[in-house]
Design a protein around this ligand. Structure first.
Ligand SMILES: C[S@@+](CC[C@H](N)C(=O)[O-])C[C@H]1O[C@@H](n2cnc3c(N)ncnc32)[C@H](O)[C@@H]1O
Length: 325
């Protein structure tokens, strides 16, 4: 009998994910304006929709990041010689395969540690990875960025990667807390590889978050389907429109759901009945865009220094290699 080299460790800061959902919904829908945190996009269906988004013609982010990785994965792997790659917000780990491949060829990589809130997609990619890279052990950790990063085991000299511009989903405070937690995972000799989307023409940004085929709209509304299923709510998905706006001062895309009519929504799982007025916006995600000085500043504040800055030829996206200061 062969033993599958996959282990899965589940955390949620000592609280079940339902308890966290109840708190997030209660808090977010009591705010003015209303908002919900983006982690609730990613049930199994939401993770599939995100995969579809990455293949859309308007969504340049994944293509640009893939292009950069294809050029620099070997360079990064040779410089860092990681024994373990830890991927935060791993999702399907599609792009990360280039890094795993390069690190296996150039060194001693034996472990891959995907960390994500969504177990289904991580378990599927773990099965694919052990088949694709014989001898690679996959230790998946299921948890939330806010509170569970310290549960990630140290399995040797490590490269911590955070791709897909997910860093843009944090506000300033959340980003600082997240980077401090990442810094605490790093020992001398370890590295951090970060994918950031760069400030650019707002029209290009808005198209990337409001595609013609409506996949992003479906992804956005999926959060309401999650709340309906988990908390027995009665959101009418057809009565909320997807809206993507760009805020030039905060240089960020904001995704909202706009109520198309006055409507009451009942959410028995949190004991709430909530009024949405016609035209009212509820924010579901921010996606901040950065410049190199901004990235250098937030890394510095977190006790890290920039080691290399890689971009695609059109400078739409950057992969940032950082080390503990
Ligand atoms: C924008 S996707 C990026 C996926 C992949 N890294 C890529 O580059 O295509 C964000 C990923 O982070 C995960 N995620 C979102 N919120 C999270 C949270 N609060 N804690 C842990 N993972 C989270 C999602 O499940 C999803 O896989």
């Amino acid at each position: 009998m062969t033993v599958t080299p996959i282990t899965v460790q589940v955390h949620s800061s000592g609280r079940s994910s339902r308890v966290v959902l109840v708190e997030d919904v209660r808090r977010g829908l009591s705010k003015r304006p209303k908002e919900l945190p983006p982690r609730w996009f990613y049930d199994e269906r939401g993770s599939q929709l995100f995969e579809e988004i990455t293949r859309l013609p308007e969504y340049y982010l994944t293509r640009a990041e893939t292009e950069i990785l294809a050029r620099c994965a070997r360079d990064i792997a040779c410089r860092m010689q990681p024994e373990a790659i830890v991927e935060l917000g791993a999702g399907s780990s599609t792009k990360t395969r280039m890094l795993i491949d390069a690190a296996r060829q150039s060194g001693m990589l034996s472990r891959f540690v995907p960390f994500d809130v969504s177990p289904e997609i991580v378990e599927r990619s773990a099965r694919e990875l052990v088949a694709e890279f014989p001898g690679l052990g996959v230790h998946a950790v299921i948890g939330d960025f806010a509170g569970d990063l310290q549960q990630i085991p140290r399995l040797g000299r490590q490269l911590v990667v955070f791709l897909g511009s997910t860093i843009g989903n944090f506000d300033d405070q959340e980003r600082a807390a997240f980077l401090a937690a990442v810094r605490s995972l790093l020992a001398p000799g370890d590295g951090f590889l970060l994918g950031v989307d760069l400030v650019k023409d707002p029209a290009e940004l808005i198209a990337a978050y409001d595609d013609a085929a409506g996949v992003t709209a479906g992804f956005n509304r999926n959060m309401l389907a999650v709340i309906n299923r988990e908390l027995s709510a009665d959101f009418d998905l057809g009565a909320f429109e997807h809206v993507a706006l760009y805020d030039p001062e905060l240089h960020r895309i904001e995704m909202h759901l706009r109520s198309t009519r006055d409507q009451w929504v009942t959410i028995p799982g949190v004991g709430m009945r909530v009024l949405f007025q016609q035209g009212e916006l509820m924010r579901t995600e921010i996606s901040a865009k950065f410049t190199r000085p901004m990235v250098e500043a937030f890394l510095h504040d977190a006790g890290m220094g920039l080691a290399a800055w890689y971009t695609d030829p059109e400078e739409r996206f950057a992969l940032v290699s950082a080390v503990p200061a």
